[in-house]
Design a protein around this ligand. Sequence first.
Ligand SMILES: [Zn+2]
Length: 213
Amino acid sequence: MVPVVYQDGHALLQRVVCGRFSNNAYVLVCRATGEGLLVDAPEEPEKVLQALQGVRVRAILLTHRHPDHWAGLASIKTALHAPVGIGEADADGLPVPPDFVIADGQVFPFGRLALRAMATPGHTPGSTCFLWGRYLLSGDTLFPGGPGHTRTPQDFRQIVESIRRHLLVLPEETVVLPGHGEGTTIGKAREEYALFASRPHPPDLCGDVLWAG
Ligand SMILES: [Zn+2]
């Protein structure tokens, strides 16, 4: 059973939990036209394809280059015949070259609806978040309680800057749906970040950082 995140007369947004790292693939469908988008292509592609039955997929969008987010890409692409896109700085991290690179602010229509991409480097150089209405698909950039993993202090400063400038400015009721596990809201993330920002931190901070840590 695929959990339905959001549904009304116009649209359907499904979260499909896949594989040993509990990756979330997100399926967005315009109900009026049956056109849709897929965000991320993890292992257990059959679960994703099941959720996409009857949907004409306009594009497969990847949040970033880490293998757990594209482990099912080959079979999903073969089944759907849809073009694959990823942020330019992550484009060389895929097993096959993408069909297009995603620009900051690029809009992806599906039927009468549309999704907007935001470049949010830090977890990887080409990490991208996607905003649809009051839903933010945040990849491995923002999780409940903290930012995604970073490998260097520079990457950590960059992910915080991405989150601060592009994500925390969204309306507080915006629902954050990350690439793994459960979601949060921008309002909650803003409160958590404010606490973090009010305290001193070592200059070499990076890794798995919690705002409350
Ligand atoms: Zn990742």
